[in-house]
Design a protein around this ligand. Structure first.
Ligand code: MG
Length: 380
């Protein structure tokens, strides 16, 4: 049997000096006996996979609604793509793969139904009651809302995994809602890898899904430098349109990942420990300057042509309308909330309780709940 101690030894031997080592974790809030054959980060990963919030990612929107078709990404498949890219990068840079995987699998666990539309409306509704931000909500999920242990609330994850969830930042995230517990330092390299793997994943799959849905097309994309770079040589190979799209998306992921690994390796040359990583002024996991610029151009294209497409906007605004109505109808008469929710009102306030309840819903639960409460012929 391979024991946890042997796994820890392996990490000490094989991982880079600046990687997070399970033996040196800052630990869990509630002390627990460690497992005989799983490291602390493997255990974190497993706890995340077995949580309710993780399973619900299957029915939460990324950009396209769940019922629009079976080929589009959901938050769950997005999460798996992020984990795949992040773990490949971590392995190549000799970082801790288990910690990277745990953070990647949890990185969107605090996401509302209906993607960023849901987040925006909760932010607006909660602005006088402590705000709303999905990374902070992610931390709330793993620290408080998942209840499956008799002696404590939450999943009792290690400091490093929680830090990765709290510090996760991307193009969409606001910076003014950082958690005080983690704000003084740079997060581990493993957390930094997940942030950029997230960007690589969603830019490429939104392109893929956007083309499949007919909201953007390959010709329009030729104005975008990085797309042109991958698409032009492939377009001379006589591939079918669909095959060409897959190959272009694949090259895009590959190109970005290789650039990220090379640039990060350069930045890590003078770094000798995790403490130095934390104290560093800038993030050490990064794209090169040229790649950052090219990717920015692609992001701008997607913002303008995909995320603001009138069909996406109609869906977003519609979703916001019924999430808002649910919030208001619960606040007017909290007796409509399930008992397990009502019990929490005294301790954490009405608005926060409603916010947690709605944030935890899947897209289809929101739709069903809306029907139940607003359609006179529907059973409640
Ligand atoms: Mg994400």
């Amino acid at each position: 049997m391979l024991t946890r101690q042997e796994l820890e030894e392996r990490e000490e031997k094989l991982l880079a000096p600046y990687a997070a080592k399970s033996k040196r974790t800052k630990g869990r809030i509630h002390p627990e006996e460690e497992h005989p054959f799983r490291s602390v980060y493997q255990r974190d990963r497993d706890r995340i996979i077995h949580s309710n919030a993780f399973r619900k990612l299957e029915y939460k929107t990324q950009v396209f609604l769940n019922h629009e078709g079976d080929y589009y990404r959901t938050r769950l498949t997005h999460t798996l793509e992020v984990a795949q890219i992040a773990v490949s990068i971590a392995r190549t840079l000799r970082l801790n793969e288990d910690l990277t995987e745990a953070i990647a699998l949890a990185h969107d666990i605090g996401h509302t139904p209906f993607g960023h539309a849901g987040e925006e409306v909760l932010r607006e509704l909660m602005k006088d009651f402590g705000g709303f931000e999905h990374n902070q909500q992610g931390l709330r999920v793993v620290d408080l809302l998942e209840e499956r242990y008799p002696n404590f609330k939450g999943l009792n994850l290690t400091y490093e995994t929680r830090e990765g969830i709290a510090k996760h930042k991307s193009f969409f995230d606001q910076k003014d809602m950082r958690n005080k517990e983690f704000e003084h330092y740079q997060p581990s390299l493993e957390a930094q890898v997940v942030d950029l793997a997230d960007e690589i994943a969603y830019d490429s799959h939104d392109l893929d899904d956007g083309i499949t849905a007919g909201l953007i097309n390959e010709e329009q994309l030729l104005d975008v430098e990085i797309w042109k770079e991958v698409y032009k040589p492939l377009s001379r190979k006589g591939l079918s349109r669909e095959m060409l799209k897959y190959q272009a998306v694949r090259s895009l992921i590959n190109l970005s990942t290789i650039d990220l690994i090379k640039e990060s390796e350069k930045r890590l040359e003078s770094i000798g420990s995790l403490e130095e990583v934390r104290k560093s002024k800038h993030r050490l996991i990064s794209f090169s300057k040229e790649m950052s610029e090219k990717r920015k151009e692609l992001k701008n294209f997607l913002s303008k042509n995909l995320y603001s497409h009138y069909r996406v906007m109609r869906m977003m605004i519609k979703a916001q309308r019924f999430i808002k109505q649910l919030f208001l109808i619960y606040s007017e008469k909290p007796q409509q909330l399930p008992l397990s929710c009502q019990e929490k009102i005294g301790e954490q306030g009405l608005e926060r309780t409603i916010c947690d309840y709605i944030a935890g819903m899947t897209d289809r639960f929101v739709l069903e709940e809306y029907k139940k409460l607003f359609d006179p012929y529907e059973k409640v």
